[in-house]
Design a binder for this molecule. Sequence first.
Ligand code: PAF
Length: 290
Amino acid sequence: MKIIRTVHEMQETALSLLTDNKTIGFVPTMGFFHEGHLALMEQAKKDNDIVVSSIFVNPLQFGPSEDYEQYPRDEEKDIIHAEETGADVLFIPDTQDMYPRKMVITLDVTDRVNVMCGRSRPGHFQGVVTVLAKLFHIIQPTKTYFGRKDAQQVAVVDALIEDLNFPMELIALPTIREQDGLAKSSRNVNLRQEEREEAPWIYKALENGRQLVVDGEKNPDIVVKEVLDTINCYTSGKIDYVELLSYPDLQPVSVIEQQVILATAVYFEGARLIDNLLFDKNGEIAKRLK
Ligand code: PAF
C-alpha cells in the first residue's frame, strides 16, 4: 500500500491511474478505523481496480465548541488496518496542504440541512461538501463509498454529486453494529463505561419505533414519541433530536406512506452519538437509498 501525504502527489497518482484506465474506488474518512470503514474498503476492493482511502480530520466541519481536538486519532493502527483490508493508496494530507490559506470559495448547502444534525451543527455540512469537493477533484474516483450511519451526510453527498455533476457513483453501505446493537463509531471510545452500557438503547429505541410501523402505525408523531420515551427511560443521555422524515429529501411527513428515515442524536458526556433506520411504509428496512 502506498501512503501519500501531499495533494500534488495524490493528484499525479490519480491522473496516471486514470490514464491507465483503472477504476478508482474512494473511501473518504477521518481515520480511527473501525469495522464500518473497513467494510467500505472491502466493498470498494470488490468493485474497482484500485482502492484509495483518505484520512483527514477536516477542521471546516467542526463548530467552535465541537470535538475537533478530541476527535480520536491513531494513524499507525489505521495504516495497518487499511493495508490488511487491501487498500492500495492511503492519502493522509495535512491541514496546511489542504487549506493553505483561508478559502475564498466554499460551497453552501441550501436544502437537506435544516433538520437532524444540520440543525444542531450549523456549518457542518458546508464543511463536509467543501472538503469532499476538493477530495473528489484530487482523486477523481469512479465510485465513492459512505456508511449509512451518517444518513444525512449520504443525502447531502447524493445532492453534491448530482447538483455539481461529479462523474461518480455514490455507494452507501449498511451500518455496522456491535453485538449489542450499538452503531460502530470512532467516537464510541470516548464514552464512559456507564454510557457505553446504556448506548445500545439508542438502536433498541429506533427498532421499537420501526416495529410500530411494521404493526401498521402511520402517524410519525407516535413513532417519534416511542423512540423519545425509550431513550429517556433507559439512558442518561440528553436527546438532541428524534425525527422521522422522507428520505433522501429529508422533508417532514404527516403520514408514513413512502421511504422514511427515523433518526436520532443523543449527547452523552463522552460523545454525541447518532443512529438511524431507513424503512418503507410497511417498516421494511430499505435496501436502496432511492
Ligand atoms: O464521514 C466522515 O468521516 C467525514 O464527514 C468525511 C466524509 C470524511 C468528510 O470529512
